[in-house]
Design a protein around this ligand. Structure first.
Ligand code: GRF
Length: 217
């Protein structure tokens, strides 16, 4: 089976992008990172991608002002130019329109630093601490027009520890992100994920719980 051509969309440091690049170095991994695309020319991840020998492109949203359709048209053209089959958002800080999202339905993934449906949006670690959450984590999900709301492909959890700072918690969650994003992409690239009634099935069964039974710290 040929490997799926994946674009990773970034806006910043790109550590999840790096985890996907690392996973895809294995020739038996079902996806190859065909493109890293950033909406910011100064995204640190571009240097990392370049050093790994991955093709990079920049489509700067600022060039389009308020013309979101124009920006997305340029994104789409770039993805088509590189014959991209699956798109992974990895710290991509632009909201995408329903039109764009629907065009990529079932082929557009995101990683969110919380156990969805809890803590959608920004500042998830701070909000988890403020809420007194005992368990926190990360989610790989399909993107739907409503933000942070698509079918859940994979999750991983960490314990919230006494005295945790936002930074310490974020660092432990990030490790989980780097583990579950390659796993989620693998399942999708292998065509093993099916969405039924808004929920993901893997090989026709409910998604296996990727979190440890007793969440580890
Ligand atoms: C990650 O925490 C990811 O979950 C969120 O944005 C952050 C991106 O970090 N969507 P990185 O650029 O992958 O290091």
């Amino acid at each position: 089976m040929s490997r799926k051509r994946v674009a990773v969309l970034i806006s910043g440091r790109g550590s999840n992008m790096a985890a996907l690049i690392e996973a895809a170095k294995d020739k038996t991994y079902p996806a190859e990172i065909a493109l890293v695309l950033s909406n910011r020319a100064d995204a640190g991840g571009l240097l990392v991608a370049h050093a790994a020998g991955i093709t990079t492109e920049v489509v700067e949203h600022t060039q389009f002002g308020k013309d979101r359709a124009g920006f997305e048209h340029a994104l789409q053209a770039t993805l088509e130019k590189h014959r991209v089959e699956i798109v992974c958002l990895a710290g991509f800080m632009r909201l995408l329109s329903g039109e764009f999202v629907n065009r990529w339905q079932g082929r557009l993934l995101n990683i969110h630093p919380a156990l969805l449906p809890a803590f959608k949006g920004l500042d998830t670690h701070k909000r988890a601490l403020e809420a007194g959450a005992k368990v926190h984590g990360a989610t790989v999900h399909f993107v739907v027009p409503e933000m942070d709301s698509g079918p859940i492909i994979a999750q991983g959890a960490v314990n919230v520890l006494a005295g945790d700072s936002e930074e310490a918690l974020a660092a432990r969650v990030l490790k989980v992100e780097h583990r579950i994003y390659p796993l989620g992409l693998k399942l999708v690239a292998e065509g093993r994920v099916q969405v039924v009634d808004g929920r993901c099935l893997v090989d026709g069964a409910p998604v296996p719980d990727t979190a440890p039974q007793v969440p580890s710290g």
